[in-house]
Structure formats: structure tokens, C-alpha cells
Write a protein that binds this ligand. Structure first.
Ligand SMILES: NC(=O)c1ccc[n+]([C@@H]2O[C@H](COP(=O)([O-])OP(=O)(O)OC[C@H]3O[C@@H](n4cnc5c(N)ncnc54)[C@H](O)[C@@H]3O)[C@@H](O)[C@H]2O)c1
Length: 264
């Protein structure tokens, strides 16, 4: 799939890893539909990139009607204004919200906390993808393989070695990793690929709030390079996954050989 001349939908596109993807897509001649709850950062990004190349929609991926309205608006933006067909969906919105399965006061992890993390990271990823898919499948197939586009989901190293306090987060990211292959199988007949990236610690809004103790502990677990990844390094892999048609049904770790330890 070429980036130039196509539109890519990026949830969580106002910050961190999603934002880097938006910037990379626009820098290479694509358009970006930025879906996020953070209106201020989203609008600032549109201002930086130009309203002809990027559009922001306030979107809570846990709200299915909100997604429907944004799908409609994005499709109209493409039809009436840009003429750049959909080329891919990057559901990058995510939340951490750590909590122990059973805490020191003998309190089990709250169901609200579990629902919140699964709601954004898992249900939100699925719902956003499923609602955009009919429109992606309606695009004219391109190239000798008749490709229509690519879904690039975001898991985490926590899908494989979640740490203490990450039961809900690991469940959500493990599920995203697990659905990569069946989704690729379901969508192959439409010429749509599915790739998932599983990053270790990257600089972003999510990791900016970590305590120094956690950050230092995580950095100790890193092999080479012994530092958090940079958002543009994540976007570089997404860029390659968009362009390389042989990448499909696969979860790619992007972690500098980091394996998360049990305790920090
Ligand atoms: N940064 C890391 O170290 C790291 C590691 C592994 C996986 N990830 C994953 O990468 C993805 C991007 O996270 P990030 O690190 O860039 O964090 P971030 O906090 O910088 O960006 C996440 C964005 O998602 C948005 N968001 C949150 N809930 C939303 C909702 N309900 N609807 C719409 N938007 C919502 C936030 O407003 C924010 O702009 C997440 O799925 C995260 O789990 C991040």
C-alpha cells in the first residue's frame, strides 16, 4: 500500500506513538484522520500539518455512536474534499491504568478498572476497525495483488511478559496480539492486511507519567539501545508495514531485545 494519495485513520493520533504515525503519513503525501479525546492537542497537530492534509475528530473509542459519526464525517471529507481513498486504519488509542489483582488491603482489582482498560484497548480497537472496514473494503483495489489497505494494531511487550499490576493491560494487549492472525484470515479475500506492533517502553504521554523508580527499573531491563524508544522509531515500522505487502497476520516486537522482568 502506498502512503501517498491515501487517507489513514489514526486513533490516539493526538499524542505519542499515534501522533508520530500521523506526522510520518502526512510527511509522505498521505492524509490523516486524527481521532482522539484530546481536542486541544489534536487541533494543534492539524494546525501544524495543514487542514487539507489532516483533520481532527473528537472521538471516544468506547462510544460506538461517536465512532459511527466520525466514520461518516471521515468518509465525507474524503468524498467531498480530498479524493484520497482510505488506505489503512491504525487504532493506537490506549490507556494503562495499572492495578494489582489483589492489593495489600486484600481488595481485588476493581471491575471498573478492568472494564476501562479492556474497553479502550480491546473493544475500542475492534469497534473502530469494524466500523471503518466496510469503507476500506469499498475502495478500488490497487497494484498487481489488488490490495485495498492495511490495519495496524498496537499491542505491547506486556502481551507477552506483563509486569505486576498489568493484568488488565496485559489481557487487552494479549487479545490484540491474538486477534491479528484471525483478522488477517478474515480480511484476506478483500485484499486487506493486518499487522500488529508490540512496543516496549517508548517516550509518550503514557510513559511521561511513570515514576522515576519505574522508569529506571524498566531501563535496567533494556539490552540495546538501553533507552526508551522514540515515537519516530515506532512510526518508521508502521510506515514499513504499510508499504510491505508480505507483512500480514504477524505481531512484530519493537523492543531492542528488552524482556520485561517480574519485579523492578
Ligand atoms: N509508550 C509506550 O511505552 C507503549 C508501549 C507499548 C504499547 N503502547 C501502546 O501504544 C498506544 C499509544 O500510546 P502512547 O504511548 O502513544 O500513549 P499516549 O498517552 O501518548 O497516547 C494515547 C492517546 O490515546 C488517547 N485516548 C485514550 N483513551 C481514548 C479513548 N477512549 N478514545 C480515543 N482516544 C483515547 C489519548 O487521549 C492519547 O492522545 C497505546 O495503545 C499503548 O497501549 C505504548
Amino acid at each position: 500500500m502506498k502512503i501517498e494519495g491515501r487517507t489513514f485513520v489514526v486513533s490516539g493520533g493526538a499524542s505519542g506513538l499515534g501522533r508520530a504515525c500521523v506526522q510520518d503519513i502526512v510527511a509522505h503525501g498521505g492524509n490523516a484522520a486524527i481521532l482522539d479525546m484530546n481536542e486541544e492537542s489534536g487541533q494543534a497537530l492539524v494546525k501544524e500539518l495543514g487542514a487539507d492534509k489532516a483533520r481532527f475528530w473528537t472521538c471516544d473509542v468506547t462510544d460506538t455512536e461517536n465512532i459511527s459519526a466520525v466514520v461518516k464525517a471521515t468518509v465525507e471529507w474524503i468524498k467531498k474534499e480530498t479524493g484520497k481513498p482510505l488506505g489503512g486504519i491504525i487504532p493506537a488509542a490506549g490507556v494503562g491504568n495499572p492495578g494489582l489483582m489483589l492489593d495489600k488491603k486484600n481488595q481485588p482489582l476493581s471491575l471498573d478498572s478492568i472494564d476501562f482498560v479492556l474497553g479502550v484497548n480491546l473493544r475500542g480497537t475492534l469497534d473502530l476497525t469494524r466500523q471503518f472496514l466496510p469503507h476500506l473494503a469499498n475502495t478500488t483495489p490497487v497494484g498487481e495483488d489488488l490490495e485495498r489497505g492495511v490495519i495496524i494494531m498496537v499491542a505491547s511487550a506486556a502481551a507477552f511478559e506483563g509486569q505486576m499490576g498489568q493484568v488488565a493491560y496485559a489481557a487487552s494487549k494479549g487479545a490484540v496480539a491474538a486477534m491479528t492472525l484471525p483478522m488477517a484470515r478474515d480480511l484476506s479475500r478483500f485484499g486487506i492486511r493486518v499487522v500488529t506492533v508490540a512496543p516496549s517502553m517508548f517516550e509518550s504521554g503514557m510513559t511521561a507519567v511513570l515514576s522515576d523508580k519505574v522508569r529506571t527499573g524498566l531501563q535496567k531491563a533494556m539490552e540495546f539501545p538501553a533507552r526508551p524508544g522514540k515515537p519516530h522509531e515506532f512510526a518508521a515500522l508502521v510506515h514499513h508495514a504499510i508499504e510491505n505487502i508480505m507483512l500480514n497476520g504477524v505481531v512484530i516486537r519493537l523492543d531492542g531485545a528488552t524482556r520485561m522482568p517480574s519485579k523492578l
